[in-house]
Write a new protein. Structure first.
Lengths: 390, 324, 324, 390
């Protein structure tokens, strides 16, 4: 049997260990579900326990944000909510590998990453409340809008990365002058033409973009095996860039692998692909009923791999945190919850008339006439409603 | 005869289509165990098997393109696009392949397939879930485009669409999925491409389809209280348009208002207005007026009620029409 | 002032746009060394480098989607779609992403990009090479759609489109690429979204754009010999439509004929007819007539001359209009 | 360094040699440019010299067909012609691996395969003459229409293969009851979303479809490296099916590899991918000017790998053919040329009115009215033209 090439071809890059890794079917794990730290030949988490405690804090807050979203939807305050439950490590670990100058393109589920990027909670909720279309300041937070069209953002991310290249922001000797793009997509999304085209463009132009495939095992009711019969991280091999599978419920491993991929991209070594092997513990969205298509045994088995519990166990065992620390965190989460709920209830929409004003940057006579016609139509009802108010 | 929701009627119609012809297949995202996000295909995979009710990978162009291939070999794929806004990744396969095939092959081959699309707004959804894509398809030669407004039509039209030897875009007004109505199982339905006079009237004709038919009937009911007699026509078929029924009505009423959720510019109303103008120039007492969604991307749900035509806007247009 | 073909005028306009703003990029298939299959970008990669004039992988959705990403970061990508029929794989990115972005972000962000599309028939091409896709874009809120009919407009309009802060679909009538005309480099052009009266007249208004402007002028010339005075308007902008210029003309002539290569049903003529009907109901002496491509997929080239509007069909419509 | 899995994952299939092969970067070659037969560990051409002579004959006829196409275009008899020059081995070798019951989906350049499938020359030319849209009988020849939209046919092929599955035409013990699909696409096409989606669907449903990627090094003016920086056959690995690179100018190797892949598919072992490494010797189409983007040295180097010359040399050396045989073949090619030219000149188009009749299978009142209106419009000119004829 002939010896296979490096799957992505070409000479060994500057990070031979990590590249070699991608040829293995093994999943990178640095913290077991039991809370034990383990070594990996290619990847290491280099932070201290204080940093790990920071990650725990952010995961707990992300989970709280998510639970509030779900309950606000139940209460009719939101129209819809796509829960992140179970994906806290994958989100926080990857989100923490992103620097200020980097850019992030999310799906519609990366609430934890949004939080890390400083997106105001109200801006995020507004989308699901129907009071806006998710109009946080993309440039300020370097965090793209949520994307509903499955996979479309992967092309935007790749183009943004091509712009970074043109701006001279990769491969500089001063690491701080470099930047890269992190883009999320799901296991289901891996089947979309756009997503595969983004791999083509990223590879062709060696764009500084990291594809973070959130393999939460399901695309609504379809298991990831409907999309691919082989592990998804191997998809990258066919396009000529490294693909790594990481335990998506292990925040240390996710952070380490994403750090590696982002730094590689910033240095000008091109795209990389990370498959975070995780699980969507909740429903697809609050409109979904997962009991229709998956067994509770499966969910139960994954519950034992909870991304938060293992970190808690590790830190408690290591003596890095104690019950007091945890109850302070609870209190912080409660405060966040309170903030979320009150923010949400105050969110209101601008009027439809405003939509005409933002149709174009340079409004047309047509859009202005349309707005005026709309307003004067509405105006005709005003005396009437004043009357009926009497 | 029985009373059921449009969702159930579609389910029953699809079941009959699957029963009637072993070549009929259902193909789409989440249509198997889940029964589709609107449960239109509920129970069908259980009864007809995974080879006939097929969960597809998440790729609309792939779904339409592979269905095309299956149809070339005699199958009759009935595709479910999960929401209106997700049909565009498959647009090329629809307009460049499906629409042209019979013509390209000089009539030798055809791809009888149905693309079901839940469409329209009014359900408080997030963006891309309330689109009205019909005009893109009506504008495309080689496609037939139909839409149901009530359970009985849903039940029959889906079967007629599946039986059609030409490709059919089948639009389902999602905000009417849960409205109940009578389904007459026994009697033969009217032809698929025929419009229907939902309510007779003499002062003006309201022309609508899909979700807006109900709204127009409500408007006509209110108008009646004010002494105005409005005829309401449900187009049912958007391509071809049944101009015979339309002109017959407008010849009598001499005034027409077209109503749809889709934007005004080059919405179906534009074509209806242009044709009525051409055909009934001397007869019309007033121009065809259009009550439509605004020329905007579909807005966030909190303001969608200002975007969508409603009874007031329809009656306002009727007033204007009568004032000419 | 100099005389050149439309192809050269576009090349010169793009060159000026590249010169004027370092953020302007050209992106498309075969636009580099080859200079595009129509040579519109000839010499530009040589002069502006591979980082600014970029040969893309063969994927239209990819081209539009990555351009969107570049535009988000302040670049101004000018995309070349190789032929009209190849824009549909990128349709989703155009209608769901590009068109909506400024609106979705509440005006915070915009993606100023230009999608150049050589369009229309009459060149004896194979299928998918003679399409008229304009109506799909005109129907889409959030896009601006323009088309040039002569070298001077080509030269100026492409620069205006690139300078526009909104996304612009820029349609180039490929069968006019090699027609020569004068380009006035010195004087300021009229606004991008303004229509232009190409030829004054009093008996009826011919409304056209892109490839059909020349044909309408020819028709008007012949009509003049027969003693009929036809006004010819070049729309130039299809979205928005300059209704001021249109109604101003038709108020005088009281008759209008819209001419385009695109199919009749929901072609731009439908919207023009609907609007003129609404705005000038009492004034019109005859309905707006449409002379268009037939409601067919674009046919094989040997019969395209029967498909496309020509002087005879235009004059026939004028006759009918005047006979009302 | 960890040991890589089989790139396409899963257990070794029924053809372990061939599968192992796909992991090698080497190109399958059985006949060198010098006309020497060589062994390959995984693939063998099993036919005798008479069969090879048959392949030579078909390649020569394909080349003649192509040259006639080019010259008819020069003479103004055709509007356009996409030459196959240089790709004769890739076309005839693969086309001969297809059985009657199999189905073929071409691009716009597989004239040689069309010939093998019995497509009447006139039907083929009509498309480029503009007298039809290429309306041969798809079902009779089991050969799809030419496809202009790059890559769209790969999805049709995959769907057709899914239909074969549903018809019970794969994996039967009687080999003759089985069928599979062969679909061609170019190196450029490999970037299209549709093409990549077809890999997804083919893998997901294990459809009996073989992707034959005609890597002729160029997509109009773009080198294949713009589409992929690694060999294209490796693309298949990322989707979980075998990919093999074959010397596309070696008709024996192409035949052997395609036989293997088609038989695998017929037996129900799912899709496979073949990259035929070849070269477009001519222009992209008669409208193209390749001197704008490629060096004559390159073309010259490939000329030395001519797919026809090597077979001729081999057969002459082996004594299987002689000059007499070759001049008979020349005469046959001349006759074909004559047939092509006379057929072409006689091709005429049906009228536009006919297009309305074939718009739908079930015509509508609208389409019939439109046709009638068109006809009566034309009728109005008839007396006029009769008059002017006088
Ligand atoms: C183009 C498109 N098709 C279909 C949908 C409907 N849809 C929304 S989410 C989803 C599943 C996505 O699965 P995956 O990519 O795994 O992400 P996850 O939801 O698991 O995070 C589908 C089919 C969509 N939003 N866009
Ligand atoms: C969707 C689409 N985009 C662009 C084109 C224009 N075009 C025709 S052939 C071609 C190059 C194709 O290259 P390749 O796939 O390698 O096939 P080859 O021509 O080399 O056989 C291009 C860009 C097209 N026909 N369809
Ligand atoms: Mg998922
Ligand atoms: Mg090629």
């Amino acid at each position: 049997m002939s010896q296979p090439l490096q799957p992505w071809g070409g000479p060994p890059g500057a990070t031979p260990h990590a590249d070699a890794m991608t040829a293995s079917d093994e999943m990178v794990q640095l913290l077991t579900p039991e809370g034990r730290r383990v070594e990996h030949p290619d990847f290491a988490f280099t932070g201290d326990d204080a940093e790990i405690a920071g990650l725990l804090r952010e995961m707990v807050l992300a989970r709280r944000l998510d639970l509030e979203g779900t309950s606000l939807q139940r209460q009719g305050e939101l129209g819809l909510w796509p829960p992140l439950l179970g994906q806290e490590a994958a989100q926080i670990g990857s989100g923490r590998a992103v620097r200020d100058a980097d850019m992030v393109f999310p799906t519609y589920r990366e609430h934890g990453v949004a939080m890390l990027r400083g997106v105001p909670v109200g801006d995020m909720l507004a989308l699901f409340r129907g009071t806006s279309m998710g109009d946080w300041d993309i440039d300020e937070h370097r965090f793209g809008q949520y994307q509903i069209i499955i996979g479309a953002q992967t092309l935007h991310a790749t183009g943004y990365a091509m712009a970074l290249q043109r701006d001279g922001l990769i491969g500089n000797p001063e690491p701080d002058r470099n930047a890269a793009v992190l883009v999320y997509h799901g296991d289901g999304a891996s089947s979309q033409g756009d997503v595969n085209e983004s791999y083509v463009f990223a590879a062709s132009f060696q764009a500084p973009v990291v594809f973070f495939c959130m393999n939460n095992q399901w695309a609504i009711s379809e298991p990831s095996t409907r999309q691919s019969r082989i592990p998804l991280y191997q998809r990258a091999w066919g396009y000529g860039f490294p693909g790594v599978r990481v335990d998506g419920n292990d925040v240390l491993a996710v952070k380490a692998v994403t750090d590696w991929a982002m730094e590689r991209a910033r240095q000008g070594q091109g795209p990389a692909f990370i498959e975070a092997f995780t699980y969507r513990m909740g429903a697809h969205t609050t409109s979904d009923d997962p009991t229709k298509y998956r067994l509770s045994e499966e969910t139960e088995a994954w519950r034992r791999k909870d991304p938060i519990e293992r970190v808690k166990t590790y830190l408690l065992d290591a003596g890095a945190i104690d019950d007091g620390w945890l109850s302070d965190l609870d209190a912080e989460a409660d405060a966040l919850g309170e903030h979320i709920r009150s923010t949400c209830r105050q969110l209101d929409s601008e009027s439809l008339a405003h939509r005409f004003d933002v149709l174009f940057r340079e409004p047309t006579a047509e859009s202005e006439d349309d707005r005026d016609a709309h307003l004067s139509y509405l105006a005709r009802f005003e005396p009437l409603s004043e009357e009926s108010a009497r | 005869m029985s009373t059921m929701t449009m969702a159930k009627a579609l389910n029953a119609g699809l079941r009959r289509a699957l029963d009637a012809n072993p070549k009929v297949l259902l193909f789409g995202e989440d249509i198997g165990k889940l029964g589709g996000v609107f449960r239109i295909t509920e129970g069908l995979q259980k009864d007809f098997g995974e080879e006939r009710v097929i969960d597809a990978p998440l790729a609309e162009s792939g779904i339409i393109g592979t269905s095309f291939g299956m149809a070339m070999r005699g199958y009759r794929p009935v595709i479910e696009i999960q929401f209106d806004g997700f049909v565009y990744p498959g647009f090329d396969q629809i307009v460049s392949q499906v629409a042209k095939f019979h013509n390209r092959t000089n009539g030798r081959s055809s791809v009888p397939m149905v693309v079901r699309i839940p469409y329209g707004g009014g359900i408080g959804a997030i963006e891309h879930h309330s689109e009205s894509p019909e005009a893109y398809f009506v504008h495309t030669a080689g496609l037939k485009v139909v839409t149901c407004s009530n359970p009985n039509d849903a039940y029959w039209m889906i079967q007629q669409a599946v039986a059609s030897d030409d490709p059919v875009i089948f639009l389902e007004p999602k905000r009417r999925y849960h409205d109940k109505g009578e389904v007459v199982h026994e009697s033969k339905p009217i032809a698929l491409h025929q419009a229907r006079i939902v309510r007779g009237g003499t002062d003006a004709t309201l022309i609508a389809y899909g979700p807006m038919v109900k709204t127009c009937v409500e408007a006509a009911t209110i108008a009646e209280e004010e002494g105005r007699s409005l005829e309401v026509i449900d187009l049912r078929s958007l391509s071809p348009i049944d101009m015979v029924t339309l002109t017959h009505s407008v010849r009598r009423t001499r005034r027409a208002v077209v109503v749809h959720e889709d934007v005004r510019t080059l919405g179906v109303g534009a074509e209806v207005a242009a044709r009525l103008g051409e055909e009934l120039f001397y007869l019309m007492e007033s121009p065809v007026l259009r009550v439509t969604g605004h020329d905007l991307p579909y807005p966030n749900s909190r303001v969608e009620s200002d975007f969508l035509p409603d009874v007031d806007r329809i009656l306002d247009a009727v007033d204007r029409s009568l004032a000419y």
